[in-house]
Write a protein that binds this ligand. Structure first.
Ligand SMILES: [Zn+2]
Ligand SMILES: [Zn+2]
Length: 429
């Protein structure tokens, strides 16, 4: 069989891979690369696709699925959980494009078409497609995330994003014996701190901030991280709030309890955090003690309004829980203690959609709170990847979804045949 990456082989973002087997084109993922203050970037265009597979809802994997479905009459396999969460992330992608003034990557009717193109399957289910028997396995990364095992003359495993460690939200993935392993390498060359210690450090820091009279503002991605942070902090007896799209994801997660490590724990966590549903309630939440809110990289979403409220209070803290790409406000906070927000001028209004206006200038806001960072990652780190790979015991390994593939290859090439194809390059496996 032949594989070709349309994007995301040598970077974290806009993943897409075509696998050609017995004349059928199978597509794995079709995502977007999100870039701070720039329009998201799609992968290269696919050939005609016979069937697509989506591992999970994160936009770097799912972001161009509506575009694909609008142009290709193919079915897209995913778990019910992935489909439900992808729908809200895709709707949000249009909302963000509109509010930033970028062209929409697809239209709402394309999302509707995608929703009717999904063929739902669950872990353990098997389908025949393109001369292959395809089985779904849990990838651990977020609830509903899937690894696809393809059985034909040889067995191939496509991992998507994966985590072997059991977090509070979801159980870790197990290796699957295969001949070809197509594996993500987001954390190639890096190690996570001991998770238990890191969670304790996070809890202690939140306590310290609240006890000194400050507020802990915790920017989190809506899918996975918001819920993980809530689970870690749920036993604290403070005035705690959750804001942003993570609230909707909580509801979807609890509608699909079979994908969670413990729906009981998530329900408890949800009861401990009051939900911010209106601007008036947000004003009340600002007087609270702990606020978990989107966006995870502080580039948009309700977090900006909380930051504006606490920015001059040195007793308060902004506790980052996710990876911050270069150029994001999260990165600027960590490196320089400031964020940049659009300055819409003295009239303080946004342009009507039909107006052609130059991109707004940005205004720098100094944040005098404590800034701290915690590693609550949902990806396997270097050593966890090595253990997983050895457990799969493949002959050939393709490393993808990584900016540091060489680090992983270095530790594997004595025992396996390792491939690091560039985007656009076809290889036979
Ligand atoms: Zn992901
Ligand atoms: Zn990813």
């Amino acid at each position: 069989m032949k594989i070709r990456f349309l994007g995301g082989a040598e970077m974290v973002g806009k993943l897409g891979m075509v696998l050609e087997n017995k004349g059928a084109n199978l597509l794995f993922e079709y995502g977007l690369k999100l870039r701070p203050k720039e329009p998201p970037e799609p992968p290269i265009e696919p050939p005609h696709i016979d069937h697509a597979f989506l591992t999970h809802s994160h936009v770097d994997h799912s972001g161009m699925i509506p575009w694909l479905c609008a142009r290709n009459d193919c079915r897209v396999t995913a778990t019910p959980m992935t489909i439900a969460v992808a729908q809200i992330l895709l709707q949000d992608t249009i909302k963000v494009a509109d509010s930033e003034g970028y062209p929409r990557p697809f239209e709402p009717e394309d999302i509707r078409k995608a929703m009717t193109s999904f063929a739902t399957l669950d872990y353990g289910d098997v389908i025949d497609v393109g001369g292959l028997e395809v089985e779904l396995h849990s990838a651990g990364h977020v609830p509903g995330a899937t690894m696809y095992e393809l059985r034909g003359d040889r067995t191939t495993l496509f991992t998507g994003d994966m985590h072997t460690y059991s977090t509070r939200l979801v159980y870790g993935a197990h290796p699957v014996k295969c001949d070809n392993l197509i594996v993500e390498g987001t954390y190639a060359g890096r190690l996570h701190p001991d998770r238990q210690k890191e969670e304790n450090r996070f809890i202690q820091k939140v306590k310290e901030v609240v006890e000194r009279g400050g507020k802990a503002i915790i920017p989190c991605f809506a899918v996975g991280r918001t819920q993980e942070a809530m689970l870690i902090l749920k036993d604290l007896k403070y005035d705690m709030w959750v804001d942003g799209m993570g609230k909707t994801v909580n509801r979807i997660y609890l509608e699909h309890p079979e994908y969670l490590r413990s729906d009981k724990q998530l329900k408890q966590a949800r009861n401990k955090f009051a939900e911010v549903r209106t601007p008036a309630v947000r004003d009340r939440a600002k007087r609270g003690q702990v606020i978990i809110t989107t966006g995870g990289m502080v580039d948009g979403g309700p977090v900006l309004s909380y930051l504006d409220y606490v920015k001059d209070d040195p007793r308060s803290a902004v506790l980052m829980t996710g990876y911050q790409v270069d150029g994001s406000n999260g990165r600027k906070l960590i490196d320089g203690g400031y964020i940049e927000v659009p300055d819409y001028g003295p009239r303080g209004r946004r342009a009507a959609p039909e107006e052609i206006v130059p991109a707004p200038k940005t205004r720098r806001i100094k944040v005098k709170c404590e800034i701290n960072q915690f590693d609550l990652s949902a990806h396997a780190d270097h050593n966890e990847l090595l253990a997983f790979i050895r457990g799969c015991d493949p002959e050939k390994i393709v490393i993808m979804h990584s900016e540091n593939r060489e680090a992983l290859a270095k530790d594997l090439q004595d025992d396996f045949k390792v491939f690091m194809p560039k985007t656009g390059e076809s290889i036979e496996i």
